[in-house]
Design a protein around this ligand. Structure first.
Ligand code: AFP
Length: 337
């Protein structure tokens, strides 16, 4: 049995073996869990948005979606056209799925309220296009989602989003790379689905992901060495002496490689960015959730990422993420001076 086959001019036939469809996975996975009712539709909506963004990413050089819009976002960063397109696309599909109350987004200063009935039980924080600086140069980019549950009696306001990462019920991310992969994590369960571009379906390709115990890689922007404090320099020097460096500059791509192959990602605080560079609510929290469910760890260097009580929607955080023992070692080094 095959799900698709293709014959190119070379006469080579690509045969894709039968695999579980994302839609079948979603229809059966959480049916007995009352707490996760409707989550299948939220994930299906993210997959729908991703299909559309994937097409735009693939055609970016041809379609009119490359380059900057001329605006800066709430972080003061230059907005690319694909940032805006992704943000609009994911807000629309999450609104249409009928189970999301509010969407917080890197590109939007204030969250978008998209529903307030009892059915609208989920709250989503997203970075709709992570790795913007890599868009125009055909390097892997992605989308990141943290998903929390709302209690029905809570009014839908910006403040309901200020919840610690440990209360996420699910997290998901996309990598638009050499293939397009959707990773979905719920409690103790991380699965990855690969898009078959021939028929637009996601198939389960990596069931039950656990971070390998080996840690071959570390990922950090070494160009920041001059601004790190002494403890951070010790940590990075030890990592450099032990592991191979891999750094794409798109968090999702670096994290995804480390999730599947083993590795540690660090964007620590430094002298010019005492709060760190990455965003707590839609970069650190979702990926920390995925990492922990796969047996890994995530820390600010001072505390577990998932325990940080957010004060602002767009707040930044240092991030040390990956293999548990290597993360713990790095934290000890950072605190050693
Ligand atoms: P954008 O989504 O704004 O492009 O930011 C990318 C990112 O937040 C993250 O994906 C990278 O790991 C990190 O920034 C790269 O930062 P440096 O360019 O400072 O290394």
């Amino acid at each position: 049995m095959t799900t698709s086959s293709r014959q190119g001019g070379t006469g080579i036939v690509t045969v894709i073996p039968q695999r579980t469809l994302l839609s079948d996975f979603l229809a059966t996975r959480w049916t007995a869990i009352e707490q996760l009712e409707g989550l299948d539709l939220v994930i299906a909506a993210i997959a729908k948005g991703a299909r559309s963004i994937q097409r735009d990413v693939q055609a970016a050089g041809l379609a009119d979606v490359l380059g900057v819009t001329g605006d800066t976002n709430v972080q003061g960063e230059i907005v690319q056209r694909l940032d805006t397109l992704s943000s609009d696309t994911f807000v629309d599909v999450l609104r249409d799925c009928g189970h999301v109350a509010i969407v917080g987004c890197e590109e939007l200063e204030n969250p978008e309220i998209v529903g307030d009935s009892e059915d609208h039980a989920y709250m989503v924080m997203m970075d709709p296009l992570d790795g913007s600086s890599n868009i125009d140069v055909a390097v892997s980019i992605g989308s990141i989602f943290g998903i929390w549950r709302r209690t029905a009696d809570q009014p839908v306001t910006e403040n309901v989003l200020l919840r610690p990462g440990r209360e996420q019920v699910a997290a998901a991310y996309l990598v638009y790379g050499s293939s397009t992969v959707l990773v979905v994590a719920t409690h103790d369960d991380v699965n990855a689905f690969t898009l078959n571009v021939d028929n637009g379906e996601f198939y389960l390709t990596h069931p039950g992901i656990r971070i390998p115990s080996e840690c071959p890689y570390y990922s950090a922007n070494d160009g920041n060495y001059k601004t790190w404090d002494d403890g951070t320099r010790v940590a990075l020097t030890n990592l450099r002496d032990t592991y191979s460096l891999r750094y794409v500059g798109s968090l999702v791509a670096d994290f995804h490689r480390n999730l599947l192959k083993g590795g540690i990602f660090l964007y620590p605080a430094d002298k010019s960015r005492p709060e760190g560079r990455l965003r707590l609510m839609y970069e650190a929290n979702p990926l920390a959730f995925v990492a922990e469910q796969a047996g890994g760890a995530a820390s600010t260097g001072q505390e577990r990422i998932l325990d940080v009580q957010p004060e602002r929607l767009h707040q930044r955080s240092p991030l040390i993420l990956g293999n548990k023992d290597v993360v713990e070692h790095a934290i000890a080094d950072i605190g050693s001076r």
